[in-house]
Design a protein around this ligand. Structure first.
Ligand code: CDP
Ligand code: CDP
Length: 206
């Protein structure tokens, strides 16, 4: 049986945390689609052509996600993500992941709108830019990065504007998406809200 949970939203809203918990709770596979764009962005920082890098991307490129979770790679990812050819090369991998037997959770920016418009569950997870930037700042500084709060907030705002403003698959809530604003929610509450939506969809599917 295929069963897809699509989770979209801006940087550091809690998509990954919620996705991992939902996947564990319901026994679904999970794909963080941001890693695909980050892997292409990493290659471009190393001098590669973005479209060729997207075409050549394999699952192996995603095996070391921690190396891809830097502020520099996030910006590079958002710059390659505006290119329709890059997005087109990454489409089939995401669609076949979503269609796997047993069901899947995918998180990103365009899952509910472009990658899986037929997903049984669509969530749009958001929070204020200030709250998201503080979360990302804490994460990056815990990993030893000497980035400043102000720089992280500026980066988050720049990426939000580019992701929402681009022509190709812009970040936008799908019409039927359940909105989860985590600005004043802890992780447990956000996960509970997501699990409620999944449970309702599973019950409706029978
Ligand atoms: O995947 P995304 O970039 O949307 O966010 P994330 O990696 O799941 O979460 C970013 C950071 O915010 C992590 O350190 C989470 O633990 C934290 N977080 C939080 O403090 N409260 C929430 N309600 C959700 C996430
Ligand atoms: O973890 P965080 O939310 O900060 O970023 P991410 O999900 O790893 O995504 C990095 C960048 O990839 C985003 O800023 C988008 O530009 C791009 N992206 C996208 O365009 N479409 C997706 N489905 C996922 C990510």
């Amino acid at each position: 049986m295929s069963f897809t949970v699509a989770i979209d939203g801006p940087a550091a809203a809690g998509k990954g945390t919620i996705s991992r918990s939902v996947a564990a709770e319901f026994g679904l596979a999970h794909l963080d689609t941001g890693l695909l764009y980050r892997a292409v962005g990493r290659r471009v920082l190393d001098g590669a052509d973005a479209i060729a890098a997207a075409e050549a991307l394999t699952a192996q490129d995603l095996e070391n996600p921690e190396a891809l979770r830097t502020a520099e790679v996030a910006q590079a990812a958002s710059r390659v993500a505006v290119m329709p050819e890059v997005r087109a090369h990454l489409l089939a991998f995401q669609r076949s992941f979503a269609a796997r037997d047993g069901g899947a959770v995918l998180d990103g920016r365009d899952i509910g709108t472009v990658i899986c418009p037929e997903a049984e569950v669509k969530l749009f997870v958001t929070a204020s830019a200030e709250v998201r930037a503080e979360r990302r700042y804490l994460e990056l500084s815990a990993k030893g990065s000497d980035v400043s709060r102000a720089q992280v907030l500026a980066d988050v705002r720049e990426r939000d504007a580019r992701d929402a403003g681009r022509e190709a698959a812009p970040m936008v809530a799908a019409e039927t998406a359940v909105l989860i604003d985590t600005s004043e929610m802890d992780i447990a509450a956000a996960v509970a809200a997501a699990c409620d939506a999944v449970r309702a969809a599973l019950a409706a599917k029978g």
